[in-house]
Design a protein around this ligand. Structure first.
Ligand code: C2G
Length: 129
């Protein structure tokens, strides 16, 4: 079984997130999403609208997602890859190059982002209505 992992906040779920998850799943048989906790988001200077618990329930309902684990630190990726026997690490290409150190442990794939949509844009558009 080919296992894939990806990381993110996945707040205010939108088509860019779904496009990423669909393409990530197409690279293997089992997709793990390491979901940023509210505490970890604070470190990313991000404040999700939905709580970690709610974002986890939402992700687990997506047919491409097989498992959701918490992302609590920047340093957990190597351990996650080894402990879960991951074959492929996937992120959107806004992160291109940021995680190449993982190439010693698994395949690293950066996928093109979906243009024109983001959680930040959703918040901004709604605020300016
Ligand atoms: N994404 C995308 N297209 C968009 C928006 C997001 O492909 N229009 C992708 C991002 O590249 C990322 C995933 O969707 O791979 C989740 O996006 P975020 O929730 O914004 O994740 P981020 O805050 O970048 O967290 O350790 C890594 C971090 O946790 C990544």
């Amino acid at each position: 079984m080919k296992k894939v992992i990806t990381y993110g906040t996945y707040d205010l779920l939108h088509v860019g997130h779904i496009n990423l998850l669909r393409r990530a799943k197409e690279l293997g048989d089992y997709l793990i999403v390491a979901l940023s906790t509210d505490e970890f988001n604070a470190g990313k200077h991000k404040e999700a609208y939905h709580s970690f618990e709610d974002r986890k329930i939402i992700l687990e309902a997506i047919k491409y997602v097989d498992e959701v684990i918490p992302e609590t630190s920047w340093e957990q990726k190597i351990t996650d890859v080894l402990d879960n026997k991951v074959d492929v690490f996937v992120m959107g290409d806004d992160w291109k190059g940021s995680f190449d150190f993982l190439k010693d442990y698994c395949e690293v794939v950066y996928l093109p982002r979906t243009e024109g949509v983001s959680t930040t844009k959703i918040k901004s558009d709604l605020h300016n209505r």
